[in-house]
Design a protein around this ligand. Structure first.
Ligand code: PPE
Length: 310
């Protein structure tokens, strides 16, 4: 069960957690056109707290809304401020943050008419997304029988609620078969992404990640590419096949929830040494340093706040 916080921000007001409710005829509940974000905040080395890449996440929320022809009746600045207000109200020095904009109740039917666009922001504690050991030891991955979205069926640059039906199907299948995560191939059979993460492989010192075709433009993905460049690695955005992944020296997932999670096995093939590889380890370390405010170059990515009242 998700751990309850005191408040949820709901259309401009902080309301008690249990009172953040919607009508059963909420349009999004029926047809899936809603947009959301996943953001994290961390305790920083100086004892404060910071939200990682808040503006980029809020920009993507508005982009997702635009793609889906939804007009969020708040400005980006108001949503950014509301996120910080929610963290402070809930006294959360570290949290996972979930903004969601959805089409409320009004008319029914596929055409949503002028139903209101409603927005919530919830926060809760969320530890390692793929289990406590995953960050250190790596996870086991299975190529899904479900194909990732065709770019003209679902809008893959949008974090649309309905897009995640595909993710839930794939995740359930992978877990039922004893794996930790599903790897999704695109409609042409090339590696795309996982149910909630982007993917990278490392081979002969070169880092490769699929280009922005059918995948979500991950904010962590972009951060990893910049950090890899800082560390002197060559990063290429290029399509690759599952057998190229089987042949990799290292592989890992990136995402807000998953952070940098090593992959130790794909479809029963051991990747590299079957543990977190050195490049993955270096990138993980660099990423965590940034999150915790220990790399001044990326201080601009942190929105600082304090829950101590000081
Ligand atoms: N691809 C997908 C499909 C995806 O959902 C995510 C984030 C990413 C890539 C990585 O994007 P970014 O967080 O900007 O680096 N998935 C979010 C939801 C996970 C969930 O289970 O819910 C997340 O990581 O917050």
């Amino acid at each position: 069960m998700v751990q309850k916080a005191d408040k949820i921000w709901f259309d401009g007001k902080l309301v008690p957690w249990d009172e953040a409710q919607v009508h059963v005829l909420t349009h999004t509940l029926h047809y899936g056109v809603g947009v959301f974000e996943g953001i994290r905040s961390y305790v920083t080395a100086d004892g404060g707290s910071a939200v990682f890449r808040l503006e980029e996440h809020v920009d993507r929320l508005f982009l997702s809304a635009k793609i889906n022809e939804m007009v969020i009746p708040f400005s980006r600045e108001e949503i950014c401020a509301a996120i910080v207000d929610t963290l402070v109200a809930n006294k959360m020095a570290e949290a996972y943050i979930r903004p969601l904009s959805f089409i409320g109740a009004g008319v029914m039917g596929v055409f949503p008419g002028n139903n209101p666009i409603q927005t919530i922001i919830a926060t809760w504690p969320w530890g390692a997304y793929l289990g406590a050991e995953a960050l250190e030891k790596g996870i086991r991955v299975k190529t899904s029988t479900f194909t990732r979205h065709h770019v003209n069926i679902m809008m893959t640059k949008s974090k649309t609620c309905g897009n995640y039906v595909n993710s839930v199907l794939a995740k359930r299948e992978a877990l039922a078969e004893g794996y930790n995560e599903a790897l999704m191939l695109d409609t042409e059979g090339y590696v795309s992404e996982a149910t909630g993460e982007n993917i990278f492989l490392v081979r002969n010192g070169v880092i490769k990640t699929p280009p922005l075709g059918s995948i979500l433009a991950g904010i962590t993905r972009e951060a990893i590419m910049l950090l890899a460049d800082d560390l002197g690695y060559t990063v290429v955005e290029d399509r690759f096949t599952r057998d190229e992944l089987y042949s990799a020296d290292e592989a890992f997932f990136s995402g807000t929830a998953a952070e940098v999670t090593p992959i130790r096995e794909v479809d029963r093939r051991i990747i590299g040494q079957g543990c977190r590889g050195p490049v993955t380890g270096a990138l993980q370390e660099a990423y965590f340093k940034v999150l915790h405010g220990e790399n001044p170059k990326y201080g601009k990515w942190l929105t600082r706040y304090s829950v101590s009242g000081s």
